[in-house]
Design a protein around this ligand. Structure first.
Ligand code: C2E
Ligand code: MG
Ligand code: MG
Ligand code: MG
Length: 281
């Protein structure tokens, strides 16, 4: 009897796996064609200066406009792109598109702002990122400091030696480097000092409990550390004005979060820049 039930369970499990594997295969097949089919799109989430409330940058965040499934979030396809290596061509598309956006603002007569571009670990390994960035800077004749590459701790720790080497070459181009999702990885202070980061982005997970728990002390310590390394601090995921008040109190430099704006299509973000919208409070 038990064996029979076990067999049934196995059958159930197996068909679930088959379904998941089929879906995954379909996702991968379609993702391969997504670039040529023009289905990838960048949204831009404003980054705001906490002192004067002005928009001083944006993070470029990828979405996939799937013909059947609608707008797919990066959490649902970036992991597959990383496993399959598709993140390399996708990452190159992101880099080209985001840098071109800066040039488009210039053409439109809108004062361009810094754009944050997310990088995956594999892009360091498989691609000469410094050469790509240099090519794009030459192509568009834009201020290199408007380009801000966001890298997570784990992406660097994969191969520290190579990462330092590549980051230094990129940094020499005048491009900015940010450490993303800070506080979720395991990098030590001494390791961090070796990297030429200008900006530290505090992970959203620290913001949720800012009002109630010891997270405020941790955030305060992170900001003090970053400032001692002469880094700018951006806090991610601010949703309430109470959180905003605390982050100002803690001397944080910039914020990015739903309190000001969700990520927006390029045209909508450009409209905010034109309006000169500011964060109140
Ligand atoms: P991330 O780089 O840490 O980006 C910040 C994420 O936090 C974004 O999610 C953004 O929409 C979300 N967020 C910002 N403010 C708030 C807030 O106030 N509340 C809440 N609940 N969420 C907020 P998104 O766009 O879904 O992107 C998720 C992750 O996908 C990114 O995390 C990044 O790791 C990855 N990703 C996005 N675009 C790219 C890309 O072009 N290349 C690579 N390699 N990864 C990307
Ligand atoms: Mg990011
Ligand atoms: Mg982040
Ligand atoms: Mg994140």
């Amino acid at each position: 009897h038990a064996r029979h039930r076990g067999w049934n369970n196995y059958q159930f499990f197996s068909s679930e796996m088959t379904e998941a594997a089929r879906e995954r295969f379909e996702l991968e097949t379609h993702l391969r064609q997504a670039i040529e089919k023009n289905e990838l799109v960048l949204y831009y989430q404003p980054q705001v200066d906490l002192h004067d409330g002005t928009i001083i940058g944006a993070e470029a965040l990828i979405r996939w406009k799937h013909p059947e499934r609608g707008l797919i979030s990066p959490a649902q396809f970036i992991p597959v792109a990383e496993e399959t290596g598709l993140i390399v061509p996708i990452g190159e598309w992101v880099m080209r598109t985001a840098i071109r956006q800066i040039a488009i603002w210039k053409e439109l007569g809108v004062t361009p702002v810094r754009v944050g571009i997310n990088l995956s670990a594999l892009q360091f390994k498989r691609q000469n990122l410094a050469a790509l960035v240099e090519e794009l800077l030459n192509e568009h004749d834009i201020d290199p400091s408007l380009v801000d590459l966001e890298i997570t701790e784990s992406a660097i720790m994969d191969d520290v030696g190579r990462a330092i080497e590549m980051l230094k070459r990129i940094s020499a181009l005048g491009v900015k480097l940010s450490i993303d999702d800070f506080g979720t990885g395991y990098s030590s202070l001494s390791q961090l000092r070796q990297f030429p980061f200008q900006t530290l982005k505090i992970d959203r997970s620290f913001v949720t409990d800012l009002e109630s728990s010891g997270d405020k002390a941790i955030v305060s310590a992170i900001i003090a550390m970053a400032h001692s390394l002469e880094q700018t601090v951006i806090v991610e995921g601010l949703e309430t004005s109470a959180q905003l008040t605390i982050m100002k109190e803690l001397n944080c430099n910039e914020m990015q979060g739903f309190l000001f704006s969700k990520p927006l299509p390029a045209e909508e973000f450009t409209a905010l820049l034109r309006e000169g919208r500011r964060l109140e409070g």
